[in-house]
Design a binder for this molecule. Structure first.
Ligand code: NAD
Ligand code: UDP
Length: 349
């Protein structure tokens, strides 16, 4: 079976590609490298020892996408391409709507033209909006607090309309909780641009000496230690969720949302303390004002994915942080730390 992965050069995409290749699937990757580098594609090849076509294409380029579908047999699509920064989406909302919404509409048009109606989509726990009725279940009413979140919510609704119009479609909406960590080989991992917004890459950059200290956004939440609680999930567990979702969508029709989380929440202070144990480093921190838009608690009820996809997150917080730290130590400047001669890649622009 051959799968098109959009956004395959990104953080979650590269880990997902590794899991799909390891399980015998053939891949075609499309990415415009707007938030990633070709080196991550080199590393996916290195980790798996497998080859695949890579197209440097924007998913809004309809003719480009059509040529991908004409030149390759595609059975299903895993669609991860999109912008993902909450703060940036508030500053430049139109870019987010153009990229995430128009890009996905173009992809669906081309899929329809080529009769490919099997889709796994990267949604997010952000579609639960401000809801704090944890653990979150899939039928919680949806909402959004920023343009990025609204793109995910709108796309979920668009996919539902698409299915109502043509019930041959089969779509899995994967609502990710907080993916962290890296591949155990430390060849692929998270490589944020500039100063990280997210907790774990911020902590690892403090530990390696690139940043001075962590700023903890509030310790006056209604949680046991006052800091925010999140459901951190190992990115490899998350990647395996895509494999299970693919098995489901290719064997059925319909549209279903699934939480991909562990079901367990950790506070910021618990993460800091677990990281200090794993790395042997002290993480200096200061408590600062709450960050706008943050909520106290967000963690999943993953039972639907456990039962219907036969998927379960296996790795605990210690393993997530060990792998995040190994990646950071071995790649202090992310993919800019190129130790190997790049492998030859089939690139099309
Ligand atoms: P990422 O930025 O590392 O990966 C996204 C990839 O998509 C990048 O390689 C980027 O170059 C590519 N891309 C963006 N716009 C494109 C376009 N128009 N055409 C082609 N390629 C394009 O992000 P990630 O963390 O791997 O996230 C992947 C998906 O998962 C995104 O849709 C994101 O919104 C979603 N998600 C991420 C998280 C998270 O915490 N990382 C949580 C929930 C959902
Ligand atoms: N956080 C923090 N300092 C940082 C980054 C994050 O205290 O530099 C906190 C944030 O307030 C939240 C948790 O860490 O409680 C996870 O934040 P992250 O941005 O990683 O993920 P989010 O759940 O907000 O998408």
């Amino acid at each position: 079976m051959s799968i098109l992965v959009t956004g395959g050069a990104g953080y979650i995409g590269s880990h997902t590609c590794v899991e799909l290749l390891r399980n015998g699937l053939e891949l075609v990757i499309v990415d415009n490298l707007s938030n990633s580098s070709l080196e991550s594609i080199n590393r996916v090849r290195k980790v798996t020892g497998k080859g695949f076509p890579f197209y440097e294409i924007d998913i809004r380029d309809k003719d480009g996408l059509k040529s991908v579908f004409s030149e390759n047999k595609i059975d299903a699509v895993v669609h991860l391409a999109g912008f993902k920064s909450v703060g940036e989406s508030v500053q430049i909302p139109l870019h987010y709507y153009h990229n995430n919404i128009s890009g996905t509409l173009t992809l669906c048009d081309v899929m329809k033209t080529f009769g490919v109606k099997k889709l796994v989509f990267s949604s997010s726990a952000t579609v639960y909006g401000n809801t704090e009725s944890v653990p979150l279940v899939e039928d919680t009413p949806l909402g959004a607090t920023n343009p990025y979140g609204r793109t995910k919510w709108m796309l979920e609704e668009i996919f539902r309309d698409l299915f109502i119009s043509d019930n041959e479609w089969s779509i899995a909406l994967l609502r990710y909780f907080n993916p962290i960590g890296a591949h155990e080989s430390s060849l692929i991992g998270e490589d944020p641009n500039g100063t990280p917004n997210n907790l774990t890459p911020y902590i690892t950059q403090v530990a390696i000496g690139k940043l001075n200290k962590l700023r903890i956004f509030g310790n006056d939440y209604e949680t046991p230690d006052g800091t925010g609680i999140r459901d951190y999930i190992h990115v490899v567990d998350l990647a395996q969720g895509h494999l299970k979702a693919l098995s489901k969508v290719v064997s059925t029709t319909g549209i279903e949302a699934y939480n991909l989380g562990t079901g367990k929440g950790y506070s910021v202070l618990e993460v800091v303390s677990a990281f200090e144990k794993v790395s042997g480093k002290t993480i200096p921190y200061e408590i600062v004002e709450r960050r706008a838009g943050d909520i106290a608690k967000c963690y999943s009820d993953p039972s639907k994915a456990n039962h219907e996809l036969k998927w379960r997150a296996e790795k605990g917080l210690r393993e997530m942080l060990e792998d995040a730290w190994r990646w950071q130590e071995n790649n202090p400047n992310g993919y800019a730390t190129v130790n190997n001669k790049p492998l030859q890649i089939f690139t099309r622009s």
